[in-house]
Design a protein around this ligand. Structure first.
Ligand SMILES: N[C@@H](CCC[C@H](N)C(=O)O)C(=O)O
Length: 289
């Protein structure tokens, strides 16, 4: 379908999926911003674009609503997997996807209606190395590193799961507010220590194998859930000895299950939903800048 799209969400983190071969235009940063606009466009936490791959069954490019490109997205990968299955682009229930943040394997869980209602994704290995995020602090691993943001002195754990994350823990029994997220989120995302910016998680342990996180995404702002954020926060919680795996990660939009192996290889399992399929109207496309 010309200028067709597929819309899905993972726990309220919503994406529009497109095949660039079906588009009459190139996905430039300006056009991505126009499509993702919540009032003037389709509205979305990002765009997932099917891409060719020599290494995997499929390639995926991930765009944030500000037009920037992300290396990886956990919810995005489950939505992309559902799109591939629902639109007949694959008949397989297990396949590989190449992202800019590494190769992942996905297994679909198909329900009695024939829908891929959930997916398990081998998300790759977490690393705490400063160079991997990148972060300009002269520490090898970013474990409880000091940072000043929005007038507060904090400690953060830096994690790359292909894309960068800054996890700030409070002690069990304490809590973060939405106001904390709306002030610390942008201050940490744009902090000079992170030259490529960062995703931010305000986290708290809520049980021996459970954490709760509020999420501020690079290039998107506050989101209801995030798969790569869940992987990063679970890895940080295990590394800091706050929980034992597998880790249940609770978020405003719902729960993901994250297995953290001894070498910090990550397996994410969670639900995925389709919302709509359609086509951008010719007049909307003409108005994109
Ligand atoms: N929502 C995603 C993360 C999307 C990319 C992120 N905003 C970035 O810039 O790295 C997820 O579910 O992981």
């Amino acid at each position: 379908m010309k200028n067709g799209f597929f819309r899905g969400h993972g726990l309220g983190n919503d994406y529009v999926v497109m095949d660039p071969k079906e588009l009459s235009f190139t996905l430039t940063p300006g056009k991505i911003r126009g499509i993702c606009d919540r009032h003037w466009g389709l509205g979305s936490d990002g765009i997932l674009a099917l891409a060719p791959s020599k290494k995997a069954d499929f390639g995926l490019r991930i765009y944030n609503p500000d037009g920037s490109e992300a290396e990886k997205s956990g919810n995005g990968l489950r939505i992309f997997a559902r799109y591939l299955h629902a639109t007949g682009k694959t008949k397989k229930r297990a396949f590989t996807v190449e992202t800019k943040g590494g190769l992942v394997s996905i297994a679909l869980h198909v329900d009695r209606h024939g829908d891929a209602a959930a997916a398990t994704v081998e998300m790759g290995q977490a690393t705490f190395r400063a160079a991997a995020l990148p972060c300009t602090l002269t520490m090898d691993e970013l474990i409880q590193a000091p940072i000043e943001a929005a007038g507060r002195s904090l400690r953060f754990t830096g994690v790359s799961v292909g894309n960068p994350h800054c996890v700030v823990f409070k002690e069990a029994g304490e809590s973060w507010t939405r106001e904390d997220l709306l002030t610390l989120g942008p201050a940490l995302e744009h902090h000079p220590l992170f030259p490529k910016r960062t995703n931010v998680q305000l986290a708290v342990p809520t049980g021996p194998k459970e954490i709760f996180i509020l999420i501020w995404e690079r290039g998107a702002g506050e989101t209801q859930a995030s798969g790569s954020s869940s992987c990063a926060a679970a890895s940080a919680a295990v590394k800091l000895g706050l929980v034992k795996g597998p880790v249940t990660v609770k978020m405003p939009g719902g729960t993901l299950n994250i297995k953290v192996a001894g070498d910090f290889s990550l397996t994410m399992k969670g639900p995925v939903a389709e919302v709509a399929r359609g086509a951008l109207s010719p007049s909307f496309v003409r108005g994109l800048r």
